[in-house]
Design a protein around this ligand. Sequence first.
Ligand code: ZN
Length: 97
Amino acid sequence: MSELQGKRWNELLHKRLDDHGFTIHHIKEWREQQCETGRPSGLADFYELHGLCFDCQSMGVKFLGERDDVGIWDVCNTCQGTGKAVRSEWKNPISPL
Ligand SMILES: [Zn+2]
């Protein structure tokens, strides 16, 4: 088995949802409002509408796996670590919340 190429979480710059000005609560509210008005209310729709990268859930880093019981991460290829991307660049979106 080849060794995972990547870094530990705290060795990489990463972003949180509130770095982009959003919270989980904000997303839930938005989804409920969208649902009530019959508009697209998926998590992916939220990310797209707000220009956030769905591949890494706007964190700028992606989880690769574990090495010696430590989580290994790498910079997200889609957004180059910015946490922002347009939908057309998405590849293999991870499952929604
Ligand atoms: Zn990304």
